[in-house]
Ligand binder design. Structure first.
Ligand SMILES: [Mg+2]
Ligand SMILES: [Zn+2]
Length: 213
């Protein structure tokens, strides 16, 4: 698990001669908000026993994986800054999530966690950071770590802050109506598709990316 908020090296494709080839080799990803997209939103979820997949989510993740997308979770967890739970708790929950995906033959490729909050809490995580969505820091870090082309990647979230982070990172962004999505639907830009849930988001993404061969 990564919880970094570091200056990022510029990712540059130096030779224009090889630019097309290099872009072709970059990975594509679906960046996923966690709470309210993958699992039922429960306000500061950290207990494994409270984790509950939203309907159809493992199957939707498998479809995206089979279509060649990396699955990258990007999640704000200010409950850490607030002292409600620890990074170790979040790590444990994410290991549980991975175990629950084993029967489907898939795994999340990366988890990016923002443990910060600008005001709440009193410890080391109470800071202004560049990873808390709507900032794109977590996505941009993953783009470097996994050699991702953001322009050919997607973000799926249930809040306007998720959509804003995805757009700031240069990804196509979709809002689901699960979690806070029904509440936030009125607040997203007109060109952002609003879909029922993650399975519907996966179908929309796959429609835009028909499988070759
Ligand atoms: Mg959410
Ligand atoms: Zn942060």
């Amino acid at each position: 698990m990564r919880a970094r908020c570091l200056p990022r090296p510029d990712r540059s494709i130096s030779s224009s001669m090889h630019a097309d080839h290099a872009v072709e080799k970059l990975n594509r990803a679906v960046f996923l908000d966690r709470d309210g997209v993958i699992n039922v939103e429960k306000e500061y979820l950290y207990r494994v026993e409270d984790f509950e997949f939203l309907p159809g989510v493992p199957q939707a993740l498998r479809l995206l994986k089979e279509a060649g997308f990396l699955l990258i979770v990007v999640t704000n967890q200010s409950g850490i800054a607030r002292g409600y739970y620890s990074l170790a708790d979040v790590d444990r929950l994410h290991r549980h999530l991975q175990e629950r995906l084993v029967p489907y033959g898939i795994a999340v490729d990366g988890f990016y966690v923002c443990p910060h909050h600008p005001d709440h809490g009193t410890g080391e995580f109470t800071v202004e950071c560049s990873c808390r969505k709507p900032m794109p820091g977590m996505i941009e870090q993953a783009v470097v770590d996994f050699q991702i082309d953001p322009a050919r990647s997607y973000l799926v979230g249930d809040k306007t802050s998720d959509v804003a982070a995805g757009r700031a990172a240069g990804c196509r962004s979709l809002l689901v109506k699960t979690g806070y999505g029904a509440r936030d639907a009125a607040g997203v830009p007109d060109d952002v598709p609003i879909v029922d849930d993650l399975p519907a988001a996966a179908r929309a993404i796959l429609e835009e990316n028909p499988q070759r061969g």
